[in-house]
Ligand binder design. Sequence first.
Ligand SMILES: Nc1ncnc2c1ncn2[C@@H]1O[C@H](COP(=O)(O)OP(=O)(O)OP(=O)(O)O)[C@@H](O)[C@H]1O
Ligand SMILES: [Mg+2]
Length: 356
Amino acid sequence: MTSGEPNVTSASDGKTAEGNGALDGEVLLDVQDLKKYFPVHGGVLGRSVAQVRAVDGVSFRLRRGETLGLVGESGCGKSTTGRTILRLIEPTGGRVLFEGQDLEGFDRAQFIAFRRSAQIVFQDPYGSLNPRMTVGSMLAEILKVHGLAETRVDRLARVRELLEMVGLHAEHAGRYPHEFSGGQRQRIGIARALAVEPKFIVLDEPVSALDVSVQAQVINLLRDLQNELGLTYLFIAHDLAVVEYMSDRVAVMYLGKIVEMAAAQELYRNPLHPYTSALLSAAPRRDPKTAPNRQRIRLSGDVPSPIRPPAGCPFYARCPHPGKDEECQRALPVLEEKEPGHLAACCKHSMAVGGA
Ligand SMILES: Nc1ncnc2c1ncn2[C@@H]1O[C@H](COP(=O)(O)OP(=O)(O)OP(=O)(O)O)[C@@H](O)[C@H]1O
Ligand SMILES: [Mg+2]
């Protein structure tokens, strides 16, 4: 992948006075205290005996044309956050406002419109592509269902256009999913999302399953499409270098909560939460100028159970900060603005951990 600046607006000027680090511009998505608790069933009767707090009070705003990267270890709640926002999963609590309107109050027509406006691209599109349908028929069907192309001729033209938009060819319309490579299948997954002319797309690890050389192509395609179509992305990923390249801002999740959020360059240059420092120290450096030579921080201990999260800081048991104390163990740190546009949930943020 080539280096470059985030596309829509420069990450470094993405600071506003309102304190959530969002870029200036119209708020497209406003997520407020979102919660998703999954029941855990047990016993012979299979009753709900506990709850997994997969998403536990997540709040952020996304402006039109912006990309928010969402990172964190496996199981911290990234996919559940994305799917709950899209209402593929019902939330346990909180509010989601899309274009200023609360999803909760949507009537059927508004909800159908939201379903069109907000799409998802999965890590492995193969699982969700019908193996017995050609790519052209699959896309044409979507257009038909949503009333987006009146006649068969219109649909064929739009299918061709969609395939070309994602770097495939019109002739690919007659092929079946198994006839494509992994990268091509992901392009089909993107074409499927674009077919309904969305405004917002959750990209859930869209390149994690692809070869590194193919990853760069798909990432660049996603960025080009964002520029051309004014799309807004929630970009979920493991690879911190890819997230930095793609995102205007980045949110770091730990045990169902956002523990740090800032403009991408600011977060990478100046992490304030010890967990972010640890994640960055373990990641390969993309650009030595913006990523200082970090001493590797090895985290010991396990992530606490999302069924019984600790009362105080969820990161306490693994925190390598030399200044951690009883206060950390007692009180849950609030995600608050520590520096302009830079939020962190750590009361020891000002002391560097394993820095340059
Ligand atoms: N349908 C479900 N029922 C019960 N628990 C679930 C369900 N889906 C997710 N979970 C749990 O919720 C937590 C968050 O899962 P999620 O898939 O959102 O994490 P993630 O950050 O996307 O992980 P990964 O990086 O592995 O994709 C995990 O503890 C997971 O086991
Ligand atoms: Mg996931």
